[in-house]
Write a protein that binds this ligand. Sequence first.
Ligand code: 3HC
Length: 289
Amino acid sequence: MEVKRVAVLGAGLMGHGIVQVCAQVGKFDVTMRDIEQRFIDNGMKMIQDSLQRFVKKGTMSEGEVKEVLNRIHPTLDLKAAVENADLVIEAVTENPPLKKSVLAEADKYAPPHAIIASNTSSISITEIGAATKRPEKVCGMHFFNPPQLMKLIEIVRGLKTSDETVETIRQISTKLGKESVVVKKDTPGFIVNRILVPALNEAVFLVAEGVADPEDIDKACVLGLNWPMGPLKLLDYVGIDTTLFISDVMVSETGDPKFRPSNLLKQMVRANLLGRKTGRGFYDWTEKK
Ligand code: 3HC
C-alpha cells in the first residue's frame, strides 16, 4: 500500500518529533492533531527549535525548513486530521482508556484502507487494536526519544495484525530514514524497554540505597559502558512518570516482581519531580529549559 498522507495524533514530546521526521525525512504531508491550541503551539515551537539545530549544523537550509513547515498542518479537529490519511500514528499520553478512545475515534473517521499505528511504549497492541474495527490494520510503531535522531523503530504485532500491515510499516520506517525491528509477540516492554526499564530502575535503587550519588552513577555508565547519557539523566529525559508507568505495566501484565519499580521512583512522581518536563528530576533542568 502506498502511503502519501500521514496524521499524527498528539503534539507532545514524541508526537512533535514524529511529525517532524515524517515531514522532514519522509517528505509526507502531515496533519498534527492535539486537543488544545497551546499543545499545538508548543509542538510547533519544538519542531522549529529542532529544525534550527539542523540549520546550525549546516545540514539544512532555511528554504528546506520552510518546505518542511509547509508540509505540516496543525489542527484541533480529529476528523479533519485523519479523514484523508493513509497512515495514522497515535502518540497521545500513555493512558489506556484515552488511547483506546482516540483509536476508536480515528477508526471511525479514517479511510478504510488506512493503517493505524500506535507509538505506545507499553500498552498491549492487541488491546488497542480491539478498540477499532480494523485490528488487522493496527500495529505498534515505537519511536525513541528524540525521534529526530534515534535510528530505531520497533514494529509490534498485535495478535490480529496482518503481514501486509507489518510490511507497510517496515517500508515507511525505511522511508523515514530509520532501521526497524519486528517484535513478533505483543509483550510488555517490547524489546528495548524490557531491557532498559529494569536497568533505569536499578539505577534508582542505587540512589535510594545511597550507594553512590546520581552524578557518579551516570558517570559510571557513560564511561564504563559507553552509554551516550547516564541512566538517571536518561530518566529525566524520558520522564520519570513515563518510566514508572511502563514499569507498572510490566509488573501487572507479567506478575514478575523483577520489574517492580523502586519506591523512590513512585515518590518522585507524587512530588511532581518528573524530569526535564517539570524542571526537576534527578537533576535541575530549570537553567537548560
Ligand atoms: N533535534 C535535532 N537535533 C538535536 C536534537 C533534536 N531534538 N537534540 C539534540 N540534537 C543534536 C544537537 O544539536 C547536537 O548536534 P551537534 O552534534 O551537531 O552539535 C547533537 O544532537 C548532540 O546534542 P547535545 O550536544 O545537546 O547532547 P548529547 O550529545 O547528549 O546528545 C542525545 C543528545 C542524542 C539525546 C544523546 O544524549 C543520546 O543519544 N541519548 C540517549 C537517548 C536515548 O537513549 N533515547 C532512548 C530513550 S528510551 C525511549 O525513548 C523509549 C520510550 O518508550 C521510553
